[in-house]
Unconditional design. Structure first.
Length: 436
């Protein structure tokens, strides 16, 4: 459908997310691809199939301390030391009654022996005396298959590969032979920043008119975010910039759309004379799915889809905090959906440390820091800001706090939704919820 941008009222945040996530099938519907676990490029990929253990873990009874492998029932005897076992060396097949072997951490415990006594609990002589009243079976032994059995799932499909997952996969045999595993295809993203006032990041801005110009911080900030393998994991083309000119805008956007699944523009999406992005997509026959969201910052957020439904374009506001917030809330959800993950990145529910003034008409997303309150519990502190152009106040923040509309201050202790800047690893004692 062709929509006049000026006629579109802003939609609700959840409605915008629903419309956006529905377009992620441009990537999510593709077949899995091969990736090599021996290459660093695997980091950030999402497994399309589980990784199964090719053997028991551990594959043998393993000593967890340097010491002596014994029969627990013989701990009160004077034991003959019949040699030693190093890690990686096959153990003796038989140890005499009334005897033991010296053993290294990680070595295989000989059959028939059922405990390892640490050096410091012995006299380290031969024969050996143990300075303990008794020894329980399995002492200092990591039993065969205690962690997993051959064929068990060690990494489920949908796991994002980090350094730990990579290590587990190698232990499971994923690197045997070709080292190839199936992963979900990553979305290809192109960033186009806009505006005559925006200059390259290394510009000295010392010219006669440079007092009213700014460096292209948005391009660098978004490129770093989108390639973050722990949270986004996109494949990014080199960012480009378009001046406030119809032909320059057309050239940049057409080039980006030719190779990307997702084109992200920054600036040029409001209703001004030089906001050229919406008109370009309409001229190319793209469908307008979103033209404005009821939120602060980020109201101009927009979404278009190509006529063949193979590419989408997201229009971000030009103010840096607006662009950052929209990337965290919307682009992050879209990329997760494109990778076959739950598009909800995990919102936490935390109390405000101090009273904060909301917007009376729109939900507000404020960069915020997690701190400990007087009782030692996590709380949200929202720093003062000068609006969505105040990039420096992002420094040191941990996520975005959502303040729902209201005519009065939200008092300290009020519970708010909080989106961390990065996907959390492991488990957290902080309550996580879907965004309301």
């Amino acid at each position: 459908m062709t929509v006049d941008p000026s006629s579109c009222p802003p939609i609700e945040i959840q409605d915008a997310l629903d419309r956006l996530i529905a377009t992620a099938d441009v990537v999510a519907s593709r077949r899995a691809v091969d990736a090599d676990f021996r290459e660093n490029s695997i980091l950030g990929a999402v497994l399309a199939a589980p990784i199964l253990a090719d053997r028991d873990h551990p594959p043998f009874d393993r000593a967890t301390m340097d010491g002596y492998a014994i029969r627990a029932r013989e701990a009160n005897l004077s034991l003959t030391v019949e040699g030693s076992v190093a890690a990686g060396t096959p153990p003796p097949t038989q140890v005499s009654q009334g005897a033991c072997v010296a053993i290294a951490t990680g070595a295989a415990v000989p059959p028939g022996l059922d405990a390892v006594v640490e050096h410091e609990s012995t006299d380290r002589n031969n024969p050996l005396t143990i300075h303990l009243d008794g020894v329980d079976p399995n002492r200092n032994i990591h039993r065969k298959s205690a962690d997993a059995r051959a064929g068990d799932t060690l990494l489920a499909a949908g796991t994002r590969v980090d350094h730990i997952a990579r290590g587990i996969a190698v232990a499971a045999g994923a690197a045997i032979g070709t080292g190839l595993v199936k992963v979900r295809p990553r979305p290809r993203v192109a960033i186009v920043t806009t505006g005559d006032e925006v200059r390259p990041i290394d510009d000295l801005l010392n010219g006669p008119e440079d007092a009213v110009r700014i460096r292209n911080s948005n391009g660098s900030l978004l490129a770093s975010l989108l390639t973050d393998r722990t949270t986004f994991g996109a494949v990014l083309s080199p960012p480009t910039h378009a001046a406030d000119d119809v032909q320059a805008t057309a050239t940049a956007l057409d080039a980006a759309a030719a190779t990307a699944d997702l084109v992200i523009t920054v600036g040029g999406v409001s209703a001004g004379v030089l906001d050229l992005v919406p008109a370009h997509w309409m001229d190319r026959g793209w469908s307008t799915l979103i033209r404005g969201v009821r939120m602060q910052p980020g109201r101009p957020f927009s979404l278009w889809r190509s006529p063949d439904a193979t590419t989408i374009a997201i229009g971000l506001p030009g103010n840096p905090v607006s662009a950052f917030a929209c990337t965290q809330i919307f682009v992050r959800a879209w990329i997760r959906a494109a990778l076959g993950l739950d598009p909800n990145p995990g919102w936490w529910r935390l109390p405000l440390l101090d009273a904060v003034r909301p917007n009376p008409r729109r939900p507000v997303f404020r960069p915020a820091t997690i701190v400990m309150d007087a009782t030692g519990q996590p709380a949200v502190r929202i720093p003062s800001w000068q609006g969505s152009g105040d990039l420096p106040h992002l420094a040191g923040t941990d996520g975005l706090a959502r303040l729902d509309p209201g005519d009065h201050d939200r008092p300290a202790g009020s519970m708010v939704d909080f989106l961390p800047h990065h996907d959390a690893g492991g488990t957290s004692t902080i309550q996580k919820e879907s965004m309301p």
